[in-house]
Write a protein that binds this ligand. Structure first.
Ligand SMILES: *Cc1c(COP(=O)(O)O)cnc(C)c1O
Length: 368
């Protein structure tokens, strides 16, 4: 492995392949797989991940916003791309770049039909989202008949899928709620199919849904976090391999005497003589200010080095008093062993937030 010389996110495509194959092993071979590559493929590299998913045999991709889909199209990705949070301002570009919008409200439905017909489209593929309890985006059950009526008046668009999203698929204590969502979803797609008179793709599960609710896989599943190596439970985490390893180096070592302070606002004061290392990674790189003051650690020569004082924009300082190390040595923020999930837990957050926060300034290196 090449020596790390600056803050680097290594992206392990073998791990991505493992996660994809593991998820597929939990599905029927008939079920389609949609890979969620929004937010730079959860903080990694969306083009790289999308290309790999395309060669691995994914059926669909999804992004949050149109701009993310345009980047994939410009990189030559050919798979259909669902735009999960399609905003009317992007409807023209969505059509120009062959992206497929999630239509979740009467406003977006009317606007999209208008744009599609103005652009002379016939049966442009759209995806209808129904709210079954998350109350975030989606039509309500009571909207079904009006939605179907609006669709029957146009040939500019055609429903390619009807989907919903689970609110707590990772939480066993909320199983009754999830089962109610699944029931509502079944009623919705039954009615929609009857009213539209044609079949469409049905999908509802995110990663934890895939793992915990096989009865709700329907025609397709949508996985994000699983692809990136997290199963949202201690048991399932063992079956996945984190694809990202965030590493850095020691820029400088300092020796502090008793009473000396460290960093901005004297947030740390040495009570005994200590040795500290300055690491070139800060809140502008994705290590939030909820870390520091002893919360969170990096790993140097297999030993934990707690983050001291306040996290700076471009740096953190860590305690290396009991670690044999030198300037230039490698620092692990998280990898396959010290995972982003554990790093997240020390700050009461989740792996999703930690990995998607790794800023674009951090160098990406691909491990094939
Ligand atoms: C982000 C997202 C997903 C992926 O969820 P994971 O928990 O990361 O698998 C699936 N569906 C929708 C609608 C999403 O917004």
């Amino acid at each position: 492995m090449p020596k790390i010389k600056e803050t680097t996110l290594e992206i392990d495509l073998k791990a991505l392949r493992h996660n994809f194959e593991y998820l597929k092993s939990r599905m029927s071979p008939k079920t389609k797989f949609l890979g969620v590559v929004k937010a730079f493929a959860y903080g990694s590299d969306s083009v790289l991940v999308a290309k790999k998913l395309e060669t691995l045999g994914a059926d669909y991709l999804a992004v949050a916003y149109a701009q993310e889909g345009i980047v994939l199209r410009e990189a030559g990705i050919r798979l259909p791309i669902l735009v999960l949070h399609a905003l009317p301002v992007s409807f023209n570009e969505i059509i120009d770049r062959c992206l497929e919008p999630n239509i979740y409200s009467f406003h977006t439905l009317k606007e999209f039909i208008k744009t599609a017909s103005e652009k002379g489209q016939k049966e442009y593929p759209i995806h209808l989202k129904f709210n079954t309890g998350l109350n975030r985006l989606g039509f309500n059950t009571s909207d079904i008949e009006i939605v179907a009526a609006l669709l029957s008046e146009t040939t500019s668009v055609k429903v390619k899928s009807v989907f919903s999203h689970m609110a707590a698929s990772e939480d066993p204590s909320e199983k009754p709620f999830t089962l109610k969502q699944i029931d509502r979803y079944k009623t919705i797609v039954g009615q929609m199919e009857r009213l539209l008179g044609y079949a469409f793709i049905k999908h509802m599960c995110n990663t934890s849904g895939i793992l915990n609710y096989p009865e709700a896989h329907f025609d397709m599943v949508r996985s994000g976090i699983g692809l990136y190596g997290f199963g949202n439970s201690e048991k399932e985490n063992k079956n996945f391999k984190p694809i990202g390893r965030l590493k850095s180096i020691i820029s400088q070592i300092h020796h502090l005497d008793v009473g000396e302070s460290l960093g901005y606002n004297m947030a740390f004061v040495a009570k005994e003589p200590i040795k500290t290392a300055t690491i070139p990674i800060g809140h502008a790189d994705g290590i939030g200010r909820q870390y520091g003051k002893g919360k969170g650690f990096v790993v140097i020569n297999h030993k934990p080095a707690p983050i001291l004082g306040n996290v700076c924009m471009d740096m953190i300082m860590v305690n290396i008093t009991n670690i044999d190390c030198s300037e230039g040595d490698e620092v692990v923020v998280f990898d396959a062993h010290y995972t982003a999930e554990e790093f997240a837990l020390t700050a009461q957050t989740i792996s999703y937030e930690i990995i998607t926060a790794i800023s674009q300034r951090v160098k990406r290196v691909v491990l094939e």
